[in-house]
Write a protein that binds this ligand. Structure first.
Ligand code: AMP
Length: 429
């Protein structure tokens, strides 16, 4: 099936083709025709499946005739985080470039005065996080009586973040004649309940999760002590050809100091965490996307849902406390069919978290040794005692052109060949 078969307008098809997309993803194929027929839709789909375009594209069509009145937006997209909201807004800009639609992004941390000004002009699409929307509603800056299309995106995350009471309140303010679309990666009972309460005879669409990171990300583990962690990270950075990377930490307070340390050591690093003002977070994200920042030192919350193309590495400077977080973290690389590399640094205290992660991914993560004492010419050796799989040193071409001969425990030093060879065997299966 092609985009032309889905009932989209020539203007939208042009924007899609300029974006470089040729084939709709399964969720787009299934959702777009139903949404265009004004049906309610419940989509069981994760990020990475193309779900954002599956609702933005038909919304652009549905809103293209007609005009928004002052303070009365015509559609509403609810997102759990500012970053996700910003990504949806970006989608409307990209796909709606040949339509004259107005939009407003209402998220915490940005100027309320600016947002109110936009609302006063009238907006076709309002993209919001629940808290800020309720704030502005209570100040009288916004009326929800004219909303024709409501999207509740990432419903299960909204639940995790405690937003369900806010969502219920917002939905109660929107006329029941609206069209409602709800997307969620999972369907816990609470979300099922919301679905039957808010949606009428919805079309149910479920798509397989995108290829799991285990298939596209080569994973490595280094055992060390707390004191040696920074040196180990430096050692890994020295041997890997890092284009850009997320460096994940568990605690906010450690983020700034590590970013500073990396900067002192000559890396283009920047911190990003939930306590930073939104304008600063936007700046950092832009710098990262523009390649001005190479290492984004961040927390799980700050990185949630961020869609940055072509990230070469993920470093788990701390072992995450939750195995799910590990999978989310490493999924920042190896996206959209590309390969990526994920390294994790573990201390003896992390053993139980490590076990939970390996249980979840169903495989041991191969361990590597980083010689912190000789970082100027690091000798690297595989140490597969945990995985009992002997594999080659994960080498990648270096930007500085220096070729290094990996030294294996058996003393054989042979240059690793193509990328395919250095993917551990268990990941190829
Ligand atoms: P999402 O699931 O909405 O977060 O989208 C995941 C990624 O897939 C984003 O980077 C989109 O730009 C990209 N994408 C969406 N639709 C398509 C498509 N039909 N073909 C290729 N890439 C797409």
């Amino acid at each position: 099936m092609s985009f032309e078969d889905l009932g989209l307008s020539p203007e939208t098809l042009r924007a899609i083709s300029e974006r470089g997309y040729t084939t709709p993803t399964p969720i787009q194929e299934k959702a777009i025709p139903s949404i265009l027929m004004t049906r309610d839709v419940v989509g069981l789909a994760q990020t990475g499946t193309g779900k954002t375009a599956s609702f933005t594209l038909p919304m652009i069509e549905a809103l293209s005739g007609g005009r928004a009145r002052m303070r009365m937006p015509r559609s509403l997209v609810l997102e759990p985080t500012r970053e996700l909201a910003a990504q949806v807004a970006e989608n409307f800009d990209i796909y709606g470039k040949y339509h004259k639609l107005s939009k407003a992004l209402l998220v915490g941390g940005e100027s309320m005065a600016d947002q109110t000004k936009l609302l006063d002009k009238g907006v076709d699409v309002l993209i919001a996080t629940p808290g800020r929307l309720i704030d502005l509603f209570e100040r009288g800056a916004i009326l929800l009586n004219d909303i024709r299309i409501l999207v509740i995106d990432e419903a299960d995350r909204m639940l995790d973040m405690g937003f369900i009471p806010d969502i219920e309140k917002i939905v109660s303010l929107i006329p029941p004649t609206r069209q409602t679309l709800l997307f969620s990666a999972t369907m816990p009972p609470e979300i099922k309940r919301l679905t039957s309460k808010f949606l009428s005879n919805p079309k149910e669409i479920s798509v397989a999760p995108p290829a799991s990171p285990a298939q596209t990300v080569s994973q490595y583990l280094v055992h060390t002590t707390d004191r040696q962690k920074r040196d180990v990270l430096m050692g890994i950075l020295q041997r890997e050809d890092v284009k850009n990377a997320f460096v994940f930490l568990n605690r906010k307070r450690d983020i700034g100091p590590l970013a500073e340390f990396l900067t002192r050591r000559g890396h283009k690093a920047s911190p990003m965490h939930g306590d930073m003002p939104q304008t600063k977070r936007n700046e950092v994200l832009k710098a990262f996307k523009d390649d001005d920042v190479k290492l984004l030192v961040c927390s799980d919350v700050a990185a949630r849902g961020l869609d940055v193309q072509g990230v070469s590495h993920v470093f788990n400077y701390d072992v995450p406390f939750s195995a799910d977080d590990y999978v989310h973290r490493i999924g920042r690389t190896g996206r959209a069919g590309m390969t990526g590399r994920a390294w994790m640094i573990a201390t003896p205290d992390d053993e139980k978290y490590l076990q939970a992660i390996e249980k979840l991914i169903g495989k041991p993560i191969p361990t590597e040794k980083i010689d912190t004492a000789r970082r100027d010419s690091p000798t690297v050796s595989s140490n597969s005692h945990r995985s009992e799989t002997r594999h080659r040193e994960p080498s990648s071409p270096r930007a500085d052109g220096v070729k290094r001969r990996p030294v294996r425990p058996d003393g054989d030093s042979s240059s690793a060949s193509g990328f395919g060879d250095d993917v551990p065997d268990f990941l190829k299966r």
